[in-house]
Design a protein around this ligand. Sequence first.
Ligand code: MF3
Ligand code: CO
Ligand code: CO
Length: 290
Amino acid sequence: MTRNDLCWCGSGKKYKKCHLAFDERLNDMKFDIFKGQARPPKKIINNEEDIEGIRKSGVVNDGALDLMTTLVRPGVDTLTLNDAAHEYIVSHGGIPACLNYEGYPKSVCISINEVVCHGIPSKKTILKEGDIVNIDITTILNGYYADASRMYLVGNVSPAAEHLAKVARECMELGIAAARPWHFLGDVGAACEEHAHANGYSVVTDLGGHGVGKQFHMEPFVPHVGEVDTGMLLVPGMVLTVEPMINAGKYKVVTDKSDGWTVTTKDRSLSAQWEKTILITETGTEVLSS
Ligand code: MF3
Ligand code: CO
Ligand code: CO
């Protein structure tokens, strides 16, 4: 690619006015393979048009999560919540990404108490006072994916459960604060893990965050444990999720054999999760869905 060619990112700009300086910086970097340090592939670098697409998808996704706040209460079944989120997304021009994703049967995931993630909404699953509930929603708008989840407290919740949900949120925020351009992805997991362990909690390792944008789950896998200065280099234009799953007991999880989806803690202890979609910018991060 010469200086006057159109940039590889698809911006339509000349290379010299777009990613030339970026490529020079990347080429000058030394990668320590013993730390698993790796160069990000070009295909996961988004241009301005892509970023604007994910941003708009995020607005719809956040609206669906906001709607859940108004509906969560003791006595409501989780299929009613699923259907309300589905209707919201579709009426705003989007598609619920979970529906039929690898055979997943519903439009959102609703995970209660010891359910870590991928809980399947059902008319038979009824929220009760004291439950802590994760609702995880992903919207596709004009081909762009935005993925986020929040914890919802049902009525009065025990101090222990509320504390777990609070610390899980802090783990996510600390993970996001640790995500910096021209630093490594391992910084994110290290920050999540440190805060969870400082509170006596464990971090799920079998599942993690992911690149997101033109697909639901892309490179890189985002661990919520790890060591600083390891893993893939973070660079401006990367979009990924940070979504730590924090357990009150041990870190091990099991997947329900009968439905193939529901992930619970192996020891049946409580679990909490928050998720945001973030963009790596020149100076830090921008939240695209939360
Ligand atoms: N939204 C989940 C995530 O954060 C993925 C759900 S996949 C599904 O990555 F099939 F269970 F919906
Ligand atoms: Co999600
Ligand atoms: Co996700």
